[in-house]
Design a protein around this ligand. Sequence first.
Ligand SMILES: Cc1ncc(COP(=O)(O)O)c(C=O)c1O
Length: 390
Amino acid sequence: MALKLPIFMDSQSTTPVDPRVLEAMIPYFTEKFGHPASRNHPFGWEAESGVDVARDQIAKLIGARDPKEIVFTSGGTEAINLALKGVVETLDVCKRLERQGVEVTYVPVGRDGLVDVEAVRAALTDKTILISIMFANNEIGTIQPVAALGKLAKEKGIIFHTDATQAVGKTPVDVEAMGIDLLSATAHMLYGPKGVGALYVRRKNPRVRIAPMVDGGGHERGMRSGTVPVPLVVGFGKAAEISREVMAEESQRLAGLRDRLQEQIVSKVDEAYVNGHPTLRLPHNLNISFAYVEGESVLMGLNKEAALASGSACTSATLEPSYVISALGVDSELAHSSIRFGLHRFSTEEEVDFVARKTVEVIHRLREMSPLYELAKEGVDLKSIHWKAE
Ligand SMILES: Cc1ncc(COP(=O)(O)O)c(C=O)c1O
């Protein structure tokens, strides 16, 4: 069967809605259109029950004990804002605004993208109120030692937040077992709709309090006012339910495809460096730096055939190297040359083989045109060259 081009391999940016998710959502746009906070008639009850089911499905996926711990938001961004600003504001009030400004310490990562738990411990002070970490990175896919950080936070009595936007539904997440107090997630990374996310807010051991960012009718137990978007929430719930069922098998299949893609590329291209941790990474994620070529040129060379991203979608407009790749300590040329491949539920072996072949072709073509590559192959140390024209 002919492949439909371009092939989508940018699943860290978003994912297509699973047809089963869409099917579950549709009735909530039309016949079940009630307001979930309408208490006096069946339209409201029906919508509320849709939201309740979704809350339960999401709680189950992340191991939350109580569905009341799930607060719906407009997406991952809002869930992160609510967690961080909400905690800081609440605790700052408790501490009678001890400090004027909030001090933030950034803990560096190693070459594989992993944070060292002991370095986090060393960075804590008696003023630390919150530890926050991206559960799995959206560029290199490295999965952090979340359970160990949760343990550390608990030991110190500090609230622990994780942005699990890329992790939920892809790798096991368990707020209880991992000692997570606040967790941000979004539906559109797990084959659900865009425009809906959730913040998990622990209710016991400890009971976490957050100040709302949006005031109004006091929906979502006062933490996020505004009419809950029922169809989106129902879709998020269904997506969570499906992910929970298929995750083990799906991640194994995607890791197999990812390894195949990696192998087919790195076996045919010299000086291709895989970024991130070799094993502690998301199963569908592959990030490779190709020395002597610009990531942007590779994307341009491929864009009729494959939808990929360079290191970071956020900074690609400015052509700055990815801060994630730079943070690994690789030099800026390599940071400029990274390409991110993102497989997903509907990716096939044929697509992988095709994209691998096309990527290899493009890299070879670009290198043939690259004077730097030629010099390097002749044994010239590029760092020793003085480029300045006299
Ligand atoms: C790690 C991470 N956090 C948060 C977000 C933002 O989520 P949303 O698009 O739902 O606002 C993204 C989106 O790409 C992400 O990758």
